[in-house]
Write a protein that binds this ligand. Structure first.
Ligand SMILES: [Zn+2]
Length: 148
């Protein structure tokens, strides 16, 4: 782990070149992005949604929950950002990564299924499908942010 602390920076848009050791936070786009704390330089994007990450700002430092697991990158680093400190967590096995992916999919399906049902009361309660409109809304918001 090359970076043991991160400096938080509230921004509107993330810069194209990320400064290592900085956690860029955009409230406007409900997303944070940082350069992987292991030092590999991969861009790590953590969107804030009810089923993804939550950010806590205590006025001096930020805490990001849950942990950041860079399973799709070569380094496969895994850490939590707690009051701007980077706390390394153990590496996960493939089985655990797969279990987490499934849990995440279930959580999203459950959340967006419910949100979709309450947003449109005429929708039959049997509709459990992920609301693609809302999901793609998050992604386009995301891409708009990354590509500016
Ligand atoms: Zn890394």
């Amino acid at each position: 782990m090359r970076h043991h602390t991160l400096e938080h920076r509230f921004v509107r848009n993330a810069p194209r070149e990320l400064e290592p050791g900085v956690l860029y936070i955009s409230m406007e786009y409900a997303t944070a992005v940082h350069s992987c704390c292991c030092g590999c330089g991969e861009r790590v994007v953590t969107p804030f949604t009810p089923t993804d990450w939550r950010i806590t700002f205590d006025g001096e430092s930020v805490t990001l929950n849950p942990s950041v697991g860079n399973w799709n990158q070569d380094c496969r680093s895994h850490y939590v950002i707690e009051r701007n400190r980077v706390v390394e967590c153990g590496r996960w096995s493939d089985v655990r990564v797969e279990a987490e992916r499934r849990r995440d999919m279930r959580a999203k399906a459950a959340y967006y299924g419910r949100a979709a049902a309450s947003a449109r009361p005429d929708t039959p309660p049997t509709a459990h499908a992920v609301d693609t409109e809302q999901t793609s809304g998050i992604w386009s918001r995301f891409w708009a942010w990354l590509s500016t």
